[in-house]
Design a protein around this ligand. Structure first.
Ligand code: SF4
Length: 312
């Protein structure tokens, strides 16, 4: 008879009180030194960092955030900038409509809140381009409001540690928010550290495909680890979006050509003539489609002679 190995008994559900001191010690030692985590960063700086990192890894955001904050340290400064400056400064962060939404947001902050980013969750949520995640992140990280922040990383860590289950992503549900709120430390300062720490742990240690349990502060309390990582690797993998030849690539080429001109010609509104445009991409039909889409998104303007420019 082969020797049968007894499965390890399941771990009890850990408590926030058990996890918090471990998380604090880990955070103090291991959190990345990102510029918007500095104690003197304004709520505006936090908001900009959150919008920039919505679809871009934080580490890529750093140089853009530094330049942006130097150029537009307040919402009022950004509100007065030209669209050309804003789209140019967004550089290669991707999804450039976010830049224009951020400027819209700055204008509303100036008009409705006297130039100060509001601290109340509901007021934050009412700003252009600010969803539940960003509103709660700014309320928590910038103002120390006790509110659960829920992003993909936090959901994954909470699900693994507390439930012993893999989290398969998708849109955040009301149940995800209730769960995150239910384990949030009662103390307000602790709640901020918890939000930041769990998010950082999910981004750097408890990653989706290769969790580094050996360096995780929760390793002896994590129910998912004890259960043998059920569901790991079974997530239906999304096909990697191809980039080459897509409209996204063509849109990026057109915007980059305008940006390069803007950087060369300071003080002059940059434009691309119809001939210059035609040289950017060999497929005329696709190029035209992308130019029209950029115009519809408010990222460029098509002028009467067929040239394009950043919107005024
Ligand atoms: S022990 Fe492993 S699976 Fe559990 S939270 Fe830490 S890194 Fe994630």
């Amino acid at each position: 008879m082969p020797h049968e190995v007894e499965p390890a008994p399941a771990l009890p559900v850990p408590t926030t009180q058990q996890l918090l001191p471990r998380l604090r010690a880990w955070w103090e030692l291991s959190a990345r030194d990102l510029p918007w985590r500095s104690h003197d960063v304004t709520a505006w700086g936090v908001l900009v960092s959150e919008v920039m990192s919505q679809q871009t890894p934080m580490i890529r955001v750093v140089p853009y955030w530094n330049l942006w904050m130097e150029q537009w340290p307040t919402p009022a400064a950004l509100a007065d900038a030209s669209s050309a400056e804003v789209i140019t400064a967004w550089g290669k962060l991707g999804y450039p409509r976010r830049a224009l939404r951020l400027q819209e947001c700055a204008r509303v902050v100036v008009e409705k809140h006297g130039g100060e980013v509001p601290s109340a969750y509901d007021e934050l949520l009412a700003l252009p381009g600010v969803g539940e995640y960003t509103a709660s992140a700014v309320a928590s990280f910038a103002y120390g409001v006790r509110v659960a922040v829920v992003d993909t990383n936090i959901r994954r860590v909470l699900s693994r540690v507390f439930d012993g289950e893999e989290n398969f992503g998708g849109a955040t549900t009301p149940a995800d928010r209730r769960r995150a709120q239910s384990v949030l430390p009662a103390d307000t300062d602790d709640s901020v550290l918890w939000n930041q720490g769990i998010m950082e742990l999910g981004a750097t240690v408890c990653t989706s495909t290769s969790p580094q349990c050996e360096i995780c502060p929760f390793r002896d309390l994590c129910r998912w680890r004890r259960a043998g990582y059920p569901g790991m690797g079974t997530k239906p993998t999304r096909k990697t979006q191809k980039w080459k030849g897509t409209n996204r690539q063509v849109r990026g080429i057109v915007l980059n050509a305008l940006r390069s001109k803007a950087l060369e010609l300071t003080g002059v509104a940059p434009s691309l003539s119809a001939d210059e445009l035609a040289q950017l991409w060999p497929d005329r039909g696709q190029l035209q489609e992308c130019v029209v889409a950029l115009d519809n998104d408010g990222l460029i303007e098509i002028l009467s002679d067929g040239s394009v420019a950043f919107p005024r």
